[in-house]
Design a protein around this ligand. Structure first.
Ligand SMILES: [Zn+2]
Length: 549
């Protein structure tokens, strides 16, 4: 017997903000769902960013299995680490829980789950989410749905940089209204067994507007006070949308509200891992003054002297015209002497860095022997990193250091660096190559982007077969897919890493419904076409506008 499920995704939503807003009565719908349902923190992926988090949501697999860790492909065997290939749905289409629901003959309706461009064939419809080559247009399966929907976006990611606060808010409200309207219209036309809508207005607001709401931001000005409630107001928009969607939803539905990660202020201090590795003798900088090195230093240093908005415009133009050459150069850590370097840092996210060993047989100039030498080195670096404190404050800089095996499982594990370093929330990795070890962020760095992500997303369940008024410890985003399938009365494919969140369901339901598993025929899974170069370039533009690349 299958049950209907509705999922509303709120990219970047966090209980740290929802709880106080709810207490003050601003979010009546979320308040009602939480009080009469089950809620807990939904731990994101490491790093806690949209591409791995949404892919894990869709596949129920950890990033080591689905292979998506970032906005672009990455592979530690290459000194460049980050490739030019942009993440898109062709890497996982056919392998998601949505495909599984479809293949069971059940109807699905999907509105804008991130990274679902290009949309693919499902039993129902799919409107692809961000990023896509043309954000004003709905990219849909079936394709003819696009014309029916018309223009679905007011601006695009690359316009964000030009918007004033008022314009951005207008844009976000438009975006929220369109998604809500489209969702309600589509639900009115047909019965869906699984329906999902994702809003990304909270993510956009947190990245761009955090500085207005938080006097601890280094660029905070008294004049910001008039915007002190902007993030709350965007949550109110999201809450209104939830109210409307639930009103239009059929009775007897199980509802899940979730986010792919949480949000936080950007860290105030930098810690330079490469400088630290050099100090400890693991890394040697190249002293040569080649044009490549000088250009690389200039590109790195330019960040610290030019106001971010201008910098964004300049780098936007440079990258647009020289994208391929420059990006390779930027990521290649050009001033490292590879023949004398044993370990170096690679970039994963603001608060997450990787440390790769320069392994003989893996990287071109690898000098560390695999086995005993590499094992000892990992442990040595790990324990030394955990002991680092900021000499100014005495605060521990690094929260956790994981061996890659601790957090990832699967064939793509090999692409990741040996160590994954998680900073304490006040620190971030420095991209600068040289000293100093510690530095403070430039206040103007907060002008364009002041909010960041953290690991703690949200999960709320409500409705049919769900317990009432219960708070659980936490679940993991990879548990979403199995939990959705279980709620629908479907078995769980055995390649999913997540677990059904059984504590969420009423005991009378769990007693009668054991978790079934099913082995899928891998050959039958078909992925869609690959991206064209033009599509890929346009998507990169959008991501840059959002400050992601
Ligand atoms: Zn996100």
């Amino acid at each position: 017997m299958s049950g209907r499920v509705m999922v509303i995704g709120l990219d970047s939503a966090t209980f740290k903000l929802i709880e106080p807003f709810m207490c003050d009565g601003y979010l009546p719908n979320l308040d009602n769902l939480t009080k009469n349902g089950v809620s807990c923190i939904l731990k994101s992926t490491i790093p806690p960013i949209s591409p791995p988090a949404w892919t894990t949501f869709l596949t129920g697999m950890n990033p080591g299995k689905h292979g998506i860790f970032q906005f672009v492909d990455m592979d530690v065997s290459d000194y460049n680490f980050l490739s030019n290939r942009i993440i898109n749905s062709t890497l996982f289409a056919g392998n998601t829980f949505i495909d599984f629901i479809s293949s069971n003959g059940l109807k699905v309706g999907i509105v804008k789950i991130p990274f679902t461009y290009p949309p693919w064939k499902v039993n129902g419809f799919m409107i692809a989410g961000e990023p896509s080559p043309d954000w004003q247009k709905a990219h849909t399966y079936p394709p003819e749905l696009s014309d029916e929907l018309g223009k679905v976006n007011y601006g695009s990611g690359s316009d964000f940089i030009k918007y004033s606060v008022e314009e951005l808010l207008k844009h976000l409200q438009f975006d929220s209204n369109v998604r809500t309207m489209v969702a309600c219209d589509m639900m009115g036309k047909e019965q869906y067994d699984f329906f999902m809508v994702v809003h990304n207005i909270i993510d956009a607001a947190c990245h761009r507007l955090w500085k207005y709401t938080d006097p601890s931001c280094p660029n905070y000005k008294k004049s910001f006070a008039k915007y002190s409630d902007v993030i709350r107001d965007v949550y109110i928009e999201a809450d209104k949308s939830i109210g409307k969607i639930l009103e239009n939803m059929g009775d007897g539905t199980t509802v899940f509200i979730m986010s792919d990660h949480g949000a936080a202020r950007k860290p105030l201090h930098f810690f330079n891992i490469n400088a630290w590795l050099a100090e400890k003798g693991y890394l040697q900088f190249n002293e040569s003054k080649s044009i490549k090195n000088m250009l690389f230093s200039l590109l790195t240093e330019i960040k610290y002297v030019i106001p971010p908005v201008v910098r964004h415009m300049i780098s936007h133009t440079i990258k647009r015209h020289f994208m391929k050459r420059v990006s390779g150069l930027q990521t290649s850590a050009a001033n490292i002497d590879w023949c004398r370097t044993k370990a170096y840092s690679v970039d994963l996210y603001t608060t997450i860095a990787g440390i790769a060993l320069n392994l003989n047989g893996r990287q071109k100039f690898g000098i560390v022997e695999q086995g005993r030498e590499s094992e000892l080195m990992c442990e040595e670096i790990k324990s030394n990193l955990l002991g680092i404190t900021d000499p100014k404050t005495g605060i521990k800089v690094i929260e956790n250091v994981f061996r890659r095996e601790d957090i990832f499982r699967g064939p793509s594990l090999e692409k990741m660096p040996e160590l994954i370093v998680q900073f304490n929330g006040d620190y971030q990795r420095a991209k600068r190559q040289k000293l100093p070890l510690f530095s403070d962020v430039n206040p103007s760095d907060f002008d364009y982007q002041s909010g960041d992500h953290d690991e703690d997303g949200i999960f709320i369940a409500y409705g049919k077969n769900i317990k009432k008024g219960m708070k659980l410890d936490y679940a993991h985003i990879q548990d979403m897919a199995p939990t959705i399938l279980y709620a629908m009365g479907l078995p769980v494919p055995d390649d999913m890493d997540g677990k059904v969140m059984l504590d969420t369901f009423e005991e009378s339901f769990t007693r009668q419904n054991t978790v079934g598993t099913v082995k899928l025929d891998k050959d039958k899974k078909t992925a869609s076409r690959t991206l064209t170069e033009d599509e890929s370039d346009k998507i990169k533009e959008q991501l840059k506008g959002l400050g992601y690349m």
